[in-house]
Structures are given as C-alpha cells and as structure tokens.
Ligand binder design. Structure first.
Ligand code: ADP
Ligand code: MG
Length: 310
C-alpha cells in the first residue's frame, strides 16, 4: 500500500471532550490520552502527519476578543486560527514527546499552515459555520450593522455569527511538511483546517473544514493512508435510527451511493466521508474513519470503516 505515509486527523474530542469546560488541566489530560493512542502506530510507522480540529478553541479566542476592554483592538479570524495552531500544536507535540519512549522519540514539528481558498467559492454567498458567542436578536442586528457580520439563529438557541467554510484548494506548506516527514519528523499541520488565504494570498475571514483540509494535504504530500479519528466506531447507515448498520470495508462506488442517499449530515460525518472520497479518488490509497480509542486497530484496518478504491 504505497509509501506508508499516513495522515492522522484528530477530532475535537481528542483535545476537549464534549461538555468539558476547557481548563488547561482538562486539555493536557485529554491530549495526553490521545497521544498514548498514537504511540503504537508511530512506533510501527513514524511517517505520520497529524492534523486536528480547533472548533472550541477558535470559539474561545473569538469570544475573548469580543470581551476585550474598549480601545483594545480585536484580532481577525485568520489570526485566531493561527493562534490555535500554536496552542494545539504545542499540546500535541509536547504530549507525544512525553509518551514516546527514548528510542522512538521523534522530532515533532508543529507547522503553521496556510490553505488557499477561492473568493469565487459559493460558500461565501452562504456562510454556515457558527463561531463565537451567543447573542439576542437585538444584539445580533447591531453587530451585523456595525461589523458587517452575518448572524443566524443557532439551533441550540440565540443568534451567532456565521462564517463561510470554503473548499481547501492548496496547502501552501505542503512541500515543507513533506520534507520534514521524510527527514524523520512527526509533523502537526493544517490545524483547524488551516489558515485561509485567497488566490492573492490575502487572509480570509472563514474557516476550513479540518477533514477536507487533511485530505487535501494527504493528496499533496503523496500519502497512501488517511485515518480520521473521532468519537464513534466508524461510519453507519441510518445512524441513530432503526436499521442502523456500521460499515466495515466499502468501495468508493458504494460510499458515493450512500452519500447520495443522505446518510452523512453536513458538519459532522458528511465532511469526513467527502474527504475520504476525495483522498481515495486522488491517491488510490485507503481512507479510514474510526474511534480514537481504537486508533491502532483502525490503522491496522481491524476496526472502523475503510474506504477503498473500486
Ligand atoms: P469531530 O470533532 O471528530 O470532527 P464530529 O462531531 O464533527 O466529530 O463528527 C462525528 C459525529 O458524527 C459523531 O459523534 C456522530 O454523532 C455523527 N454522525 C452523524 N452521522 C453519522 C453516521 N452516519 N455515522 C456515524 N456517525 C455519524
Ligand atoms: Mg467535525
């Protein structure tokens, strides 16, 4: 199966369990647990690139910016994403360094990664991604007027800012990431989906889906495996409904049919399946989706869902 180069995408729950407050102690505990899950994989195959989500962390920063004292400038969303790449890159790198044993102790590099998107992406006409604080309708209308934000009612109640989630077209640091991996480093990259920039390298107020960005990076570095680790054992048909069926090994043709039948909602399983389809189509490799708690078995294709060519 090719060169073994493996992209491992960590979901938000690998850094902060759902419902956690987000204290530094909680984060260290959770990230260290995730790192322990990766040790077996890395000891067998150190040619690994780790990617991660940043939803709660970027939300935290944006909220903090909104609550700065008057006169203190707010930072932009692209800068917030860059901050989370440093924040989570540090947690992941440091945790891995602590749990890997002496002989396999790698050099870990967290790379600040920019990802190109197109200003012509239809996502800019229809922002969908909720970020930051919850507001009343009146506050939301004021923010929309004053800052030009798009505000929408959140299904969980209240109004929130929505930003576009355009398609990742190109990972600017892909070549550097590839060199680092082939020189023996474990690399953390495209954190939070990457910092979005446009065709003219202007920063963009948007967020990129981390699963789609992971697939894009995998394609560009010539990876043969994409392993998406999350909080469910894999991909199911009729998820949470009567007739629920967990998928093991499925071909590209089969998963595309299931996708068209609407089994994978946008914002959760949808982008993971779409990322897997794009990766397998472009590389002829295998994409796996499974539980972080079974990382090694997912990597070995003994657990989880595996999308294979055909
Ligand atoms: P992550 O933070 O890892 O990206 P998400 O919450 O975005 O995690 O996506 C994982 C979630 O997708 C699961 O917790 C599950 O509730 C949901 N999900 C939706 N549809 C499906 C499906 N068809 N099969 C499995 N999980 C699904
Ligand atoms: Mg997700």
């Amino acid at each position: 199966m090719g060169n073994n180069l493996t992209i491992i995408a960590l979901g938000g729950n690998a850094i902060l369990p759902k419902g956690a407050r987000g204290t530094p102690e909680e984060q260290w505990r959770t990230v260290e647990k995730a790192a322990i899950q990766l040790v077996e994989i890395i000891e067998e195959n150190p040619r690994v690139i780790i990617t991660h989500g940043n939803g709660p962390q970027v939300g935290y920063l944006v909220e903090a910016f909104e609550n700065l004292p008057p006169g203190k400038p707010r930072q932009t969303l692209d800068i917030a994403v860059a901050m989370t790449q440093g924040w989570l890159g540090y947690l992941i790198a440091h945790s891995l360094d602590r749990v890997l044993s002496g002989s396999s102790k790698p050099r870990i590099a967290a790379v600040v990664t920019r990802v190109m998107v197109s200003r012509r992406d239809p996502a800019f006409q229809n922002p969908t991604k909720f970020i930051g604080s919850y507001y009343t309708r009146e506050e939301a209308e004021k923010l929309a007027r004053e800052r030009g934000w798009t505000m929408k009612p959140d299904p969980r109640g209240g109004y929130r800012r929505v930003v576009p989630s355009p398609k990742p077209l190109k990972v600017l640091e892909a070549g550097i990431v590839r060199s680092l991996v082939y020189s023996g480093a474990i690399v953390v990259a495209v954190g939070g989906g990457g910092i979005p920039v446009d065709e003219n390298l202007e920063p963009v107020e948007a967020v990129i889906d981390k699963d789609l960005a992971s697939a894009r990076l995998g394609i560009e570095v010539g990876a043969s495996r994409l392993v998406i680790l999350t909080d469910v054992p894999g991909v199911a048909l009729n998820y949470g409904k009567p007739g629920e069926k967990w998928l093991g090994r499925v071909t590209l043709g089969e998963i595309k049919e299931y996708y068209a039948e609407g089994h994978f909602p946008p914002g959760s399983m949808g982008p993971k399946v779409q990322a897997s389809i794009e990766f397998v189509e472009a590389t002829g490799g295998v994409a796996s989706i499974g539980s972080l708690g079974e990382a090694y078995r997912v990597y070995k294709m003994e657990a989880g869902t595996h999308i294979v060519p055909g």
